[in-house]
Ligand binder design. Sequence first.
Ligand code: EPU
Length: 329
Amino acid sequence: MRDLHDVDARHYSTFRLAAKFSTLWEVSQVEELASLEFTENPIVLGEGSNSIFLQDISRPLVRYLANDCQVTFAEDEVFLHVEAGHNWHQLVSVTVANGWWGLENLALIPGSVGAAPVQNIGAYGVELADSCLYVDFFEWESRQVQRLTKTECLFAYRDSIFKQTLAGKGVIVAVGFRLKRAGQPKLSYQGLDHLPADASIDAVFQAVIAVRQSKLPDPQQLANCGSFFKNPVVSASRYFALQSHFPNIPGYKQSDGQVKLAAAWLLDQCGFKGARLGDIGCYEKQPLVLVNHAAGTGEQLTEFVGHLQATVLAKFEVMLEPEVRMYRE
Ligand code: EPU
């Protein structure tokens, strides 16, 4: 276990705002988690690709780094038990190299396996919930690991029990996956529809990587945390009302009849592509991705986010809700 103090938060968040952590514990065994002592439950951090620290944090933080992966074969399926510290894209790459279908559309998403269930990561028509079997969750109160089935995880669009009733209550230590040894490519999303219906798993993987690289900034080159807001979901009647004012407004019908709007489109219509406040801004190719050009601050980000929300609300009467997790004291 590493017990770090007065840590530069910029190394632990891909948004790289200047801040300090008083205490950061890096552990790789459940027994070490169980032995930690604190008065306030720690903040759990993976690779920091969805966490933004707006100011110095005195609450302890913990990273769980165990990264083993166990594979079990069944007739048509492959079962994986992957510890939380495993890098997500590396896992996807290994499954693709072995021809195990299920995760290929989720290539190149930054972050760790343990973070993936928290917001039920999703891209190009697939989400984690589609192949997740269970999540092992260490609870601070009982100091025990409990296994939640996929149903118990209450996965929804960018949401799960880990953001709701279990928020702050413990640490995801492993995730179980069920993958297929022979699969059908999922090509419905715009950007993959040029592939043939019998595209190989590797062709899908490469196409996802290409489309992500063409649209999204690499956090190594330009600090960002991917989509900053969730795509808002509105009732069908609300969508039709919006459509009467804005005939081109994109809307994606959900299974419950509601309609998902494109936050990127709403921001784009307000002219926010490439907009800036100091070093904080909207990415020039995709306004839903907020970026830190270098020396952005927590205050600037808070002000900029408020301005984006207020402008979209005034024009469309839709409130954008952050998808990233923002921490302040
Ligand atoms: N659009 C614009 N202007 C733009 C970009 C997009 O008007 O500059 C409109 C277009 O109508 C486009 C629509 O917005 O069809 C949707 O854009 P895009 O396909 O880029 O996807 P998104 O809804 O902005 C979501 C996820 C991404 C994920 C992509 C692909 C959320 C919050 N974001 O973005 O996830 O990669 O779909 O599946 O659901 C992330 O969560 O960090 C993330 C990057």
